[in-house]
Design a protein around this ligand. Structure first.
Ligand code: SF4
Length: 292
């Protein structure tokens, strides 16, 4: 078995979230991908994780048992499971002596799960994949990877990508990010399966609304060029250490204001020897140290 020793930070792949970070907030990309600074779990993000787990496991049940009651009953066990896997999330409710905040938060998660049943009937669906990792390597060695919430495949082989949104950010920014994410998945799946997804479907659980979109090949080719341009810019920034602060409304959701120049802070020194890893379709092929 081949082992890989990595001492310095390595930049090796692009996910929809990290590409979106670099596009809109390059310094945040640096803090997350190069400095790898920890971030506090937020109540909204953790609730999203619990709700996603419920909707994933709901499809383990026989179709007639996929009811609102059985799904909402899964919320608390999924929260307990997350606590076991990631004990640090307990800190969200550390000062909740009487348990009232936790109870309200669990209720809000149950409402999101209930909302799902107003948009789809899970007893009539048999997803082909749930919470699946998809990845592909572009011609220039860029590894694209991400997790798809659900993949439905029709009898004729047509497929659709489904993503659940639990909200928590300003709607306009959230939608732009979501569409970018869905095109990303569509491009990866087109390359993996040789067919463009017939539909990209976003399910907004909080608003009880859906948004569907059908991409075409030409659009995905353009999107691929966009990703390659973003990657080139990431490589340049990684080589120079020049990641700009880009203050805006989303700073309110950023954990790093104290070290951000846009808010009077000073970032840590740029790490030495950051490596950019290029891949071939067969796997890792080359690692080139950035000239910092
Ligand atoms: S505080 Fe704002 S400008 Fe600074 S890193 Fe975070 S998102 Fe970027």
């Amino acid at each position: 078995m081949q082992t890989e020793e990595v001492d310095a930070p390595t930049v090796r792949s692009l996910s929809p979230s990290r590409a979106g970070d670099f596009k809109t907030r390059p310094l945040l990309y640096r803090f997350r991908c190069i400095d790898k600074l920890p971030e506090k779990p937020s109540a909204d993000a953790v609730r999203g994780t619990v709700v996603h787990s419920v909707l994933e496991r709901l499809y383990d049940l026989p179709a007639p048992e996929r009811t609102t009651q059985s799904a909402t009953a899964m919320v608390e066990p999924e929260w307990q499971r997350l606590l076991e896997d990631e004990p640090e999330v307990a800190g969200l409710f550390a000062d909740d002596a009487d348990g009232a905040r936790l109870a309200a938060w669990l209720d809000s998660a149950r409402r999101l799960v209930e909302g799902y049943f107003t948009l789809e009937d899970p007893s009539r669906l048999e997803p082909a994949e749930r919470e699946c990792l998809v990845e592909t390597v572009l011609e220039d060695g860029l590894l694209l990877r991400g997790y798809v919430d659900r993949l439905d495949v029709a009898a004729d082989g047509a497929f659709r990508v489904v993503d659940y949104k639990t909200g928590g950010a300003p709607r306009a920014a959230f939608e732009a990010k979501a569409l970018f994410q869905m095109k990303f998945y569509a491009l990866v799946l087109w390359r993996l399966r040789g067919t463009v997804p017939r539909q990209l479907r976003l399910i907004y659980l909080k608003d009880r609304d859906t948004l569907s979109y059908s991409p075409d090949e030409e659009e995905l080719r353009r999107f691929s060029r966009t990703l390659q341009a973003i990657w080139s810019a990431i490589v340049r920034a990684t080589e120079t250490g020049d990641f700009r602060a880009s203050p805006g409304p989303l700073c309110g959701w950023c954990d790093h204001q104290a070290i951000c120049p846009a808010h009077g802070g000073t970032p840590p020194p740029y790490p030495e020897g950051v490596t950019i890893l290029a891949l071939s379709p067969g796997g890792p092929s080359a690692g080139s140290p950035a000239s910092t």
